[in-house]
Design a protein around this ligand. Structure first.
Ligand code: FAD
Length: 459
């Protein structure tokens, strides 16, 4: 189609945020062009959510086999065929990629391959051509950051992208960063047979989560033999014949075959014309109002380039919101505290809303009540031999303002908690609902029964 036609919406970047915006805008009969320099689907599909979860699942299968005897099932010994693991992982990505290409094709969205740049209020330049849109949506995503003095070489010092392409499991690895991505790789690699040490400058793993969740995860990792050094910053790195030698705060050195740098993701916004065009930014992130509009008229920003949690489903939500806003549907602004978060390690950590500490700060320490239901009392968790808890944070005579979970499969359980938080349910409302027995979901029901003053299988 004619790139100069002038679209209703021109989207720069086709990751979770960009493609969701494109699909929803097309559904609303807007004319849409989406510009992508690499592959439709972006980070999440190709080098993020999907391949990492496949790797983690392969690890879980290996662990199940190793632990067969605990269930009376004898297995002969477990070995990992990394080529097979990669074929499985890449197969899942390929299938989802094909599906997305089909969806985009059926939607009549115009896809322009190339690297785009904002060159005017309503104009993006790509492949030497100008594409104009009544609205421009910036959705260029994020990249793995490193630290000063730490050069990523792709073999001994790697990012998550390289880590997904390894053709063998490292015998030993240092994971720099105990946030979601670091913890997930540490968990997967340990399950696949590596000796893993996490180095984290903050005082605890998954520091963005409730302190009780960090404590429980650390306990579980200790039991699994995943080593971690918290409160210890990276100091220096030396290459050795066998890999790397890393010195951390306090002078301790750790040797391993490779170092994974997982110290956060920066916004991909440099050199794209945002600055020149006068888009308001903060440390490279694009600033927006509650309608995800930048300071430039008709220019929106969505997904990982907007300050806040960098998650694919937040990107989907942003994309849908902006398409509906452009179409004049007046959608309700997104409450970012209501976006659920999951770390898909073994055990999983999941949450929605405020941590106990943040709730006390926001609502006052005297009105915040919390209840911690141990999965030891949950039948299904005992069947699975998984440990953990469901923790509720509530306001006295008020709604539930935070739910935190640790344990196997908790990523699948946080969905109900999201309704509870976002619909501002009181503990007594949820206590009224009957949860299925025996499921892990029942633990959420039990926690609400307890907080409503009528515990069943708890004190
Ligand atoms: P991206 O997905 O990064 O997409 C941006 C797109 O823009 C890319 O395709 C890029 O090529 C394109 N682009 C950039 N600049 C230009 C340009 N100038 N011209 C044209 N195209 C351009 N989130 C979850 O919710 N769950 C998970 O389990 C999860 N796991 C993750 C695991 C890892 C290892 C990583 C790295 C991330 C994970 N995430 C997860 C985060 C998730 O991937 C991101 O939040 C999500 O991809 C953000 O979507 P986005 O559209 O903002 O950006």
């Amino acid at each position: 189609s004619d790139p100069n036609a002038g679209y209703d919406v021109v989207i720069l970047g086709s990751g979770s945020a960009g493609y969701a915006c494109a699909l929803r805008a097309a559904q609303l009969d807007l004319s849409v062009a989406i510009i992508e320099k690499d592959k439709l689907g972006g980070t999440c599909l190709h080098t993020g959510c999907i391949p990492t979860k496949a790797l983690l699942h392969a690890g879980e299968v290996a662990d199940s086999a190793r632990h067969g005897e605990e269930f009376g099932v004898k297995t002969e010994g477990v070995s990992i065929d990394m080529a097979g693991v990669n074929a499985y992982k890449d197969g899942v990505v390929a299938k989802m990629y094909k599906g997305l290409q089909g969806l985009i094709k059926a939607s009549k969205v115009t896809v322009i391959e190339g690297s785009g740049k904002l060159v005017g209020p309503n104009t993006v330049e790509v492949n030497g051509e100008r594409v104009t849109g009544r609205n421009i949506v910036l959705a260029t995503g994020s990249y793995s950051k490193s630290l000063p003095g730490l050069d990523v070489d792709g073999t001994k010092v790697i990012t998550s992208e390289h880590a997904l392409r390894l053709d063998k499991v490292p015998s030993s690895a240092i994971v720099l960063g105990g946030g979601v991505i670091g913890v997930e790789f540490a968990s997967a690699w340990k399950s696949l047979g590596a000796d893993v040490t996490i180095v984290e400058a903050l005082p605890r793993l998954v520091a963005a989560e409730d302190a009780d969740s960090s404590k429980m995860l650390e306990r579980a990792f200790r039991k699994r033999g995943i080593k971690f050094k918290t409160g210890k910053g990276f100091e220096s790195l030396k290459e050795t014949a066998g890999g790397v030698s890393v010195t951390i705060a306090g002078g301790e050195t750790i040797d391993a075959e490779l170092l994974l740098v997982a110290v956060g993701r920066g916004p991909s916004t440099a050199g794209l014309g945002y600055d020149e065009q006068g888009v308001s930014m903060d440390r490279g992130f694009v600033l927006v109002n509650e309608h995800l509009q930048t300071n430039l008229p008709g220019v929106y920003a969505i997904g990982d380039i907007v300050p806040g949690v960098q998650l694919a489903h937040r990107g989907f939500g942003h994309g849908i919101f902006v398409a509906e806003h452009i179409a004049g549907l007046n959608p309700r602004p997104i409450d970012e505290a209501g976006i659920p978060k999951v770390t898909y390690s073994e055990p999983q950590v999941a949450s929605v809303g405020y941590s106990e500490e943040a709730a006390k700060e926001k609502f006052g320490a005297d009105v915040v009540v919390s209840y911690n239901y141990n999965l030891g009392g949950n039948g299904k968790s005992n069947i699975l031999k998984t440990q953990g808890f469901v923790k509720l944070v509530s306001v006295k005579d008020g709604p539930v303002v935070g739910v935190h979970m640790v344990g196997a499969n908790m990523g699948e359980q946080i969905g109900e908690a999201q309704l509870i938080y976002n619909w501002e349910a009181f503990p007594s409302d949820v206590a009224q609902l009957i949860h299925m027995h025996p499921t892990q979901n029942e633990a959420l029901g039990e926690a609400h029964l307890a907080l409503a003053g009528k515990p069943l299988h708890a004190h």
